[in-house]
Design a protein. Structure first.
Length: 123
């Protein structure tokens, strides 16, 4: 019934009333569209926020896993370096022993040569 009254009033007041009615109707439609667009935008925004939360959680998980893996690799490498250091120390000791043996051999040969020369003069 209210629509009939509105139509009668529009017809009674002429073109200005019809223009006002059209403008009112368009404003009502635009408001509904804007509300719908705002709801859609908020839904998209919520979806993006949730996606961001998921990606952030995944990133933090991957970062924690990476740090754990790196810590394990560093521990393994430290033990390998310690083993190599021990082996190098052992090789240095062996080389020093070889050098001492070579010096002793050199000294013995010199002594033998001196003894031969002395024996050759004594004859």
């Amino acid at each position: 019934m209210a629509e009939v009254d509105i139509l009668n009033a529009m017809l009674d007041y002429g073109a200005m009333a019809i223009l006002a009615g059209v403008l009112w109707y368009l404003t009502k439609q635009q408001r509904a569209e804007r509300i719908s667009q705002a709801k859609d935008f908020l839904a998209q925004l919520d979806k993006m926020r949730e996606q961001s939360r998921v990606e952030t959680a995944q990133f933090h998980g991957e970062r924690t896993e990476l740090r754990s893996n790196l810590a394990q690799q560093i521990t393994v490498l430290e033990s390998k370096v310690a083993n190599l250091s021990g082996k190098v120390d052992g090789l240095q000791l062996a080389l020093e022993g070889i050098q001492v043996s070579l010096r002793e051999l050199s000294t013995e040969r010199r002594l033998e040569a001196v003894a031969k020369r002395a024996a050759g003069r004594a004859d």
